[in-house]
Write a protein that binds this ligand. Structure first.
Ligand code: FEO
Length: 399
């Protein structure tokens, strides 16, 4: 294996030694259309240091890439920036194999690793703002609590101007290329925004604070090296600016109309709403949950100003595919949205009301009462849907 999987050089002293997961398509409900990578980094300091590891099934790939540069047994320090299993799945096997002098994590990281793996190996806590000597280099630590776990921390290598940023600034994208300047910028924009929307969004206010803290820290970057996807070396200002913009969730003139339908009645209502939106100058994204995935919806909501959700009533409730996307969206806590609900029904019509209740819990500002149509929408029903679209566009224009 050692002659197949090679390390990739960032600088003379720092190498990528991670793993490429070409086939993963689900990350806790988030569809990873293009696979992912689990990035780990080797620092050839006086004390050879490994920053993060990889998901358990990729242990051999990690060891092989390390072995293409140094004997894995020469690693003296392992840094765990984030305890989640895609970065620590083989941590203890690696510890057993190479017996490093020291393993470090944030204070919460030491606890979390203990809670996950139930091993008695001592993990040394490092403090926010603290430094660890690697001999001729040092690592400086910055806790990034709740981005996106309580344990998360950045490690910064000032001598090489590299920020090891765990999940932050990452994306789920499996490629043979390792650096941002080797990959189509449109793919980076799309996958970066999708990743932010599906993983980072609940903690958006913390992102804003973190970006400000990084900006005032005096740190300079030649590389931002996340734990997933490409390493940033060309457009570092761009990726930081994207995080600021996405975290702000400034509403735009775009509306996302999400729906589930039984006999196309709710679908006709959705289409009429979209026509009204477009006619009044708002962009409309019409998303049937029969064909779109929940993580695609979240991507569209990230820069939207309105979320309009519809469902036929089935057994006094909304359709399961609509409940699915609402549950997912609610957890991700999108902000600054106008909204409305709608749906067709046969004889009871609870779906639109239940949706309105959930939108309220999500702090989506209602523009109108739930809009219902019995069995098949009449011309008048569709006219009301069209008018709802116009009204939402008008309110978006006032924001
Ligand atoms: Fe990539 Fe939160 O783990």
């Amino acid at each position: 294996m050692a002659d197949i999987y090679k390390a990739v050089k960032l600088t003379d002293k720092v190498y990528w030694v991670g793993a490429i997961d070409w086939t993963i398509r689900d990350f806790h409900g988030y569809t990873t259309h293009r696979g992912s990578t689990y990035n780990a980094y080797l620092i050839l300091a006086d004390k050879i240091t490994l920053v993060d590891t990889v998901k358990a099934p990729f242990r051999e790939e990690l060891i092989s890439r390390i072995a293409s540069v140094v004997d894995p047994g020469d690693i003296e320090i392992i840094v765990s920036n984030h305890s989640e299993m895609d970065h620590t799945g083989c941590l203890y096997e690696l510890i057993d194999l190479i017996q490093p002098e020291q393993v470090v994590a944030s204070t919460m990281g030491t606890k979390t690793l203990g809670d996950i793996y139930h091993r008695d190996r001592t993990i040394t806590p490092v403090k926010d703002g603290g430094e660890l000597s690697l001999g001729n280099m040092r690592l400086r630590f910055m806790e990034t609590r709740m981005l996106h776990w309580p344990d998360s921390m950045f490690s910064y290598l000032p001598e090489e101007e590299i920020l090891f940023s765990h999940d932050a600034f990452g994306m789920h994208l499996a490629t043979a290329e390792r650096f941002d300047d080797e990959i189509d910028p449109a793919i980076l924009d799309y996958e970066g925004a999708t990743y932010f929307a599906n993983i980072i969004l609940p903690y958006a206010p913390l992102v804003t604070k973190l970006v400000n803290r990084v900006a005032s820290s005096g740190m300079t970057f030649k590389f931002i090296a996340p734990d997933h996807g490409p390493i940033w070396r060309r457009d570092i200002p761009g990726v930081i600016a994207n995080y600021s913009r996405w975290a702000a969730q400034k509403p735009t003139m775009k509306s996302v109309v999400v729906y589930g339908t039984m006999w196309h009645s709710t679908e006709r209502m959705a289409r009429a709403i979209c026509e009204g939106l477009a006619a009044a100058g708002a962009a409309a994204k019409c998303m049937s949950m029969e064909v779109f995935h929940r993580s695609d919806v979240v991507y569209e909501v990230l820069d939207a100003g309105a979320l309009i959700v519809g469902s036929s009533t089935l057994n006094n409730n909304m359709l399961p595919q609509v409940a699915d996307v609402l549950t997912y969206l609610k957890g991700l806590r999108p902000a600054n949205l106008l909204g409305a609900s709608f749906g067709s029904y046969g004889w009871s019509g609870e779906a639109a009301v239940h949706i309105a209740d959930i939108l309220k819990e999500m702090k989506v500002s209602p523009v109108a009462e739930p809009l219902k149509a019995q069995h098949v929408p009449t011309r008048e029903d569709l006219r009301k849907c069209y008018a709802l679209g116009e009204e939402i566009a008008r309110k978006l224009g006032e924001k």
